[in-house]
Ligand binder design. Structure first.
Ligand SMILES: NC(=O)c1ccc[n+]([C@@H]2O[C@H](COP(=O)([O-])OP(=O)(O)OC[C@H]3O[C@@H](n4cnc5c(N)ncnc54)[C@H](O)[C@@H]3O)[C@@H](O)[C@H]2O)c1
Ligand SMILES: O=C(O)C[C@H](O)C(=O)O
Ligand SMILES: [Mn+2]
Length: 554
């Protein structure tokens, strides 16, 4: 990173630019050079001193939402200080800026609105995207949502911009993306959420959601304008409803480096935890998997588990046969009316379940666990509490070490709490959750709970793709990412019962992911950067929260 920067702003404008503002850390020389004299408190501080004051102020806020709003205001005022503060307190603050509090912040986004942020694309403005994008320089990364499938809390309309902001915070925090070069985007195409439509404070478009052609016209316009302005940039699609998630991914994946985090990032996350849980994958091929919720996350997990099993030596048919998709009404069977085209590959045929006994027209979750000998439960349903005692114990009856991943967010939507899963299995379950959960004390043992969240994957994938200058992001890169993440789970962590790294090690884990992703992209012939450039970009993040010395334009 360059330590000196030429800066053209001065006076009030400089203090109001969050990317350049240093507040009390402007030096006496800079105060003179940039016409800041008299505008700042006399005392000159270091970044470290500023961080300490901000932490004291942070602690004056009581609820997670108050803390979130405090940090967001700081983010708007001074990005360097914001990230320096987060860096010092990653474990404490991640649940505040990200899952689960980000969900609450999104639900109350309009009520708590202060400063505008990001790019809002609407039916009114999408024809002027070329002009709208003009004022952004050097954008290299976008997180874009249409906010119809925010976490497990559904359609959040305009407030969904909060998830784009949250994910990009992580890109900077744990993969060193320059915040000035990232752009949060929301497609506000209306909302079908009646609570929002009834809310007098709601700031988004008060119309039913656009669907079909009208919807894709807006996204097409964005992709075209964006690609023209920033041909190398990466787009992460986030929290689309499952209907659009697959369609959007497929429509644009060959046009620019892009991926769907809920499908692909989550798939790699779950695969990593499963490899870590099965003795470095040695016993992964012996497992039988049940995935509850065959939407964006569930299908992404199905495909990555499939790719992992094939990589570990199973045939395609063997791998397919191990994976069971479970919908609201039971096992996904071919020809069933609720089975959509993207379920087809994994949907069971009558021959697949020949010899099973079950009571209804299709096997229930419990019957599938019993008849198929399920050893791994993967929850991506958004159905809080769906893994009951009976369900968990049925899995335990098939194996001494049941693997139970309750990946739905936010916290109250987890399919089971770690505490109950461990209690019901006498401490034998290997547990992970999408949201953070406290340690569990069970019979004189402390179990640490790994957070199976795609934040262990997407920043590293973005970093690796960026470092390699990869022109596309095929699923092989996610499988590579999963193996890298699994390798980053230390023996100590595993001994504590956790199958994901510590949140405090998010940076190191994502760096390992980035290295493997870049290598894989290069091996697949997708890289446009030289090996030296690539290595440099992987070793040293592009940006870090430190103040640089400013030189005025001469
Ligand atoms: N841990 C992570 O990193 C991670 C990543 C992505 C998604 N998720 C979580 O997974 C959940 C689903 O997200 P998504 O993006 O896949 O949403 P989605 O809407 O695309 O999929 C949810 C699916 O679950 C099904 N479903 C709902 N209730 C069910 C029930 N009781 N039994 C069986 N199936 C049921 C729905 O029909 C749908 O197919 C959310 O809670 C989300 O937070 C977690
Ligand atoms: O946002 C998260 O915490 C993970 C995931 O992308 C989700 O939608 O739940
Ligand atoms: Mn998501």
């Amino acid at each position: 990173m360059k330590t000196k920067l030429t800066v053209s702003l001065q006076g009030r404008a400089l203090l109001q630019d969050p990317f350049l503002n240093k507040g009390t850390a402007f030096t006496p020389e800079e105060r003179i050079l940039f016409h800041l004299e008299g505008r700042l408190p006399p005392r000159v501080e270091t970044l470290e001193e500023q961080v300490e004051r901000m932490y004291a102020q942070y602690r004056e806020n009581h609820t997670p939402l108050e803390k979130h709003l405090f940090l967001r205001s700081l983010q708007e005022y001074n990005r360097t200080l914001y990230y320096a503060l987060l860096n010092r307190h990653v474990e404490e603050m991640l649940p505040i800026v990200y899952t689960p509090t980000v969900g609450e912040a999104i639900q109350t986004y309009s009520t708590n609105f202060r400063e505008p942020r990001g790019l809002v694309v609407t039916r009114e403005n999408y024809t002027r995207l070329d002009a709208m994008l003009e004022e952004y320089d050097d954008t290299e990364l976008v997180v874009a949502t249409d906010a119809e499938g925010i976490l497990g809390i559904g359609d959040q309309g305009f407030g969904g911009i909060g998830i784009s902001i949250g994910k990009l915070t992580l890109y900077t925090l744990v993969a060193g993306f320059d915040p000035a070069r990232t752009l949060p985007v929301v497609f506000d195409v209306g909302t079908d959420n009646q609570d929002l439509l009834n809310d007098p404070y709601y700031l988004g478009i008060r119309e039913p959601r656009l669907r079909g052609e009208a919807y894709f016209e807006i996204l097409d316009a964005f992709v075209t304008a964006f690609k023209k302005r920033f041909p190398q940039a990466i787009i992460q699609w986030e929290d689309f409803s499952r209907g659009n998630a697959f369609a959007v991914l497929e429509r644009y994946q060959d046009q620019l480096p892009s991926f769907n985090d809920d499908i692909q990032g989550t798939g790699a996350t779950a695969l990593a935890g499963l490899i870590a849980a099965t003795d470095h994958g040695r016993t992964l091929t012996e497992q039988k998997f049940l995935i509850l919720g065959a939407g964006a996350g569930g299908m992404g997990v199905a495909w990555q588990v499939y790719h992992g099993l094939v990589q570990l030596g199973l045939t395609s048919e063997e791998a397919r046969s191990r994976i069971h998709l479970m919908g609201r009404n039971g096992l996904m069977m071919q020809g069933h009316p609720r089975v959509e085209p993207h379920h087809q590959f994994f949907a069971k045929t009558p021959e697949d379940i020949a010899g099973w006994t079950f009571s209804g027209t299709i096997p229930s979750m419990l019957e599938t666990i019993q008849q198929a000998g399920i050893t791994v439960l993967l929850g991506l349903s958004g159905a809080g509490g769906a893994f009951s005692e009976e369900i968990v114990q049925a899995v335990h009856a098939n194996t001494s070490r049941p693997i139970i991943f309750a990946l739905s967010n936010p916290t109250h939507l987890a399919e089971v709490t770690p505490e109950l899963a461990l209690q019901w299995t006498d401490g034998q379950a290997i547990v992970a959750t999408g949201s953070p959960f406290p340690d569990v004390y069970h019979q004189d043992r402390i179990f640490k709970i790994g957070q199976g969240n795609n934040t262990f994957i997407f920043p590293g994938v973005g970093w690796g793709v960026q470092a390699a200058g990869a022109t596309s992001i095929p699923s092989e890169l996610f499988t590579a990412a999963a193996f890298a993440l699994a390798a980053a789970v230390t023996p100590e962590r595993l001994a504590d019962g956790a199958v994901f790294p510590r949140i405090a090690d998010l940076f190191q884990a994502n760096q390992q992911v980035a290295i493997r992703v870049a290598e894989k992209a290069a091996a697949m012939g997708l890289a446009t950067r030289t090996p030296e450039e690539m290595q440099q970009a992987l070793l040293e993040p592009e940006w870090a929260p430190v103040y640089r010395t400013y030189n005025p334009v001469t």
